[in-house]
Write a protein that binds this ligand. Structure first.
Ligand code: FEO
Length: 391
C-alpha cells in the first residue's frame, strides 16, 4: 500500500488489531482497535510512537519500506503504555543510532521495560526539535493517560500528535482520515474509549485543553481511531464535552435481578419515565451487558437509575463492581435514582445508598426498596423516582 499522507511530510503508519478480545485485558473490543503511529520524512526522519508488540506482522519492515533506504534519526515516545511502545526495542535494534525523544518520566519507564539507557534525547515542556521543514514542540500532558504522557505539536503545519487523547476504539476499515469515514459508526466507540480509558483523568484532559488554548490545530493524529485532517474541531469538541461531564437528556436504568423482581421494578420505572415525558430511556441487565458499555451509557445520559436485589445481605456482586468502578473513576454530575428488592433483611438498596453518599450525585427522590414480589401498592414509591428524574 502507498504511504498515506496526513499533511506536509507526515505519513500515517497504523495497524488494525482484530484479534484481541479485551483491551488492557478488561474492555471488550467488539469492533477491534487500531494502533496508529506516524513517520515524518523530513530532512531528518522521525517516527512518532510505535505499536503493540507483534500486533500486526513485521512492523519494522513496514517502517523500513517507508523510509526507503533512509536512516531513522528520531523515535519520539509520547506514551509508554505497551499498546504503543511494544516495538521500541525492535526499532532500536534495527536503527542503532536512533535518538529516543522523551521526558524524564518516559525514560524511567523505558529503562524499567527495556533496559534502555543510551541515545536518549530528553525534552521538557515547550522544548523544540527542528527536522528541517517540520518544527516540533513538546507539550507535557501528564495523566492523559499515564504520568509520562506528552504530545508532540508540529508548529509548521499545525499537526498535533496527541497520543491517546482524541482516540477511539474500532479498526480503520479502509478509511483512515475523518474525510474518508462515516463518523456515526465511530462516535459511540469513541465515547466508550474515552469513558473507559481516559475518563478517570477528565481534569487532566481539561488541563491539556488549557495548555493548547489558542494554538492552531489543522490536523490531529491520535494513537487510536480516525486521523483528523479535515475537521479536527469535531473531535476537540467531543472530548471537551465528555471531559466536562456534559450529558444528553435521558435516563439509563441498570438493574441486578436474580429472579425477576428487581427487573420488574426496572420495567415499571421505565414506563413511568415515559409517562413523565422522557423518551431517551435505556434499560440494561448488569449480568448481561459488560461494564464497559454500561459506563459508556452513563457517560452519555444525565439520569442514572441503579437497582439491585439483595445478595447475601449485600449488593448484587456485579452491581457492586459497577459502583466501585464509577467511584474509582470519580464520575460527576448525574441525577441518581435507586431501587431494589429483597426477601430477608435487604442489602441491595442499603449499599447502593452508601455508593450514592460516596459519589455525591444529586438524588432524584428517596430510594424504593421492595419486600418480596412487586405489586401496584409497593410500586407506588417508584412513581416519585420517575417524577424526580423528569424535573
Ligand atoms: Fe493507547 Fe494509554 O495507551
Amino acid at each position: 500500500m502507498n504511504p498515506l499522507k496526513v499533511t506536509g511530510k507526515v505519513y500515517w503508519l497504523g495497524i488494525n488489531d482484530r484479534r484481541k478480545f479485551l483491551f488492557e485485558n478488561m474492555w471488550p473490543l467488539d469492533k477491534g482497535v487500531a494502533y496508529n503511529c506516524y513517520l515524518i520524512l523530513d530532512n531528518m526522519t522521525a517516527l512518532v510512537d510505535t505499536v503493540e508488540l507483534r500486533s500486526g506482522g513485521d512492523f519494522v519492515s513496514k517502517v523500513d519500506a517507508m523510509l526507503n533506504g533512509r536512516r531513522l534519526d528520531f523515535l519520539i515516545i509520547n506514551h509508554m503504555e505497551p499498546d504503543h511502545s511494544g516495538e521500541i526495542k525492535a526499532i532500536i535494534d534495527k536503527y542503532p543510532g536512533v535518538k529516543i525523544v522523551g521526558n524524564l518520566k518516559t525514560f524511567k519507564i523505558i529503562e524499567a521495560y527495556w533496559g534502555i539507557k543510551d541515545n536518549l534525547h530528553i525534552v521538557d515542556d515547550g522544548d523544540t526539535l527542528d527536522l528541517g521543514y517540520h518544527k516540533l514542540k513538546f507539550v507535557m500532558t501528564p495523566w492523559v493517560h499515564w504520568p509520562e504522557t506528552m504530545m508532540t505539536y508540529d508548529q509548521t503545519d499545525a499537526v498535533l500528535f496527541s497520543g491517546d487523547a482524541f482516540g477511539s476504539f474500532g479498526t480503520l476499515d479502509g478509511g483512515v482520515f475523518d474525510d474518508e469515514i462515516n463518523f456515526a459508526y465511530y462516535e459511540d466507540e469513541m465515547r466508550r474509549y474515552f469513558s473507559n480509558i481516559v475518563g478517570k483523568y477528565c481534569n487532566m484532559v481539561q488541563k491539556a485543553f488549557k495548555k493548547l488554548e489558542g494554538v492552531p490545530v489543522k490536523a490531529i493524529c491520535p494513537t487510536h481511531g480516525p486521523v483528523w485532517r479535515t475537521d479536527p474541531q469535531k473531535v476537540l469538541g467531543l472530548y471537551d464535552k465528555w471531559s466536562k461531564y456534559q450529558t444528553e437528556e435521558g435516563v439509563v436504568i441498570i438493574y441486578a435481578s436474580m429472579y425477576g423482581n428487581t427487573e420488574e421494578v426496572a420495567d415499571y420505572i421505565a414506563r413511568q419515565l415515559v409517562e413523565n415525558g422522557i423518551t431517551n430511556i435505556r434499560v440494561f441487565d448488569v449480568s448481561r451487558t459488560h461494564i464497559s458499555h454500561l459506563i459508556n451509557e452513563i457517560w452519555k445520559y444525565k439520569g442514572v437509575m441503579l437497582g439491585s436485589c439483595a445478595y447475601n445481605s449485600e449488593m448484587f456482586p456485579l452491581m457492586e463492581n459497577l459502583t466501585r468502578e464509577l467511584e474509582h473513576m470519580g464520575v460527576k454530575d448525574h441525577l441518581l435514582g435507586l431501587f431494589g428488592s429483597y426477601s430477608w433483611n435487604g442489602g441491595g438498596v442499603k449499599n447502593l445508598t452508601k455508593f450514592a453518599e460516596n459519589i455525591g450525585w444529586e438524588m432524584a427522590a428517596q430510594p424504593a426498596d421492595i419486600f418480596g414480589m412487586p405489586n401496584d401498592e409497593k410500586l407506588a414509591n417508584c412513581k416519585l423516582l420517575a417524577e424526580g428524574m423528569a424535573v
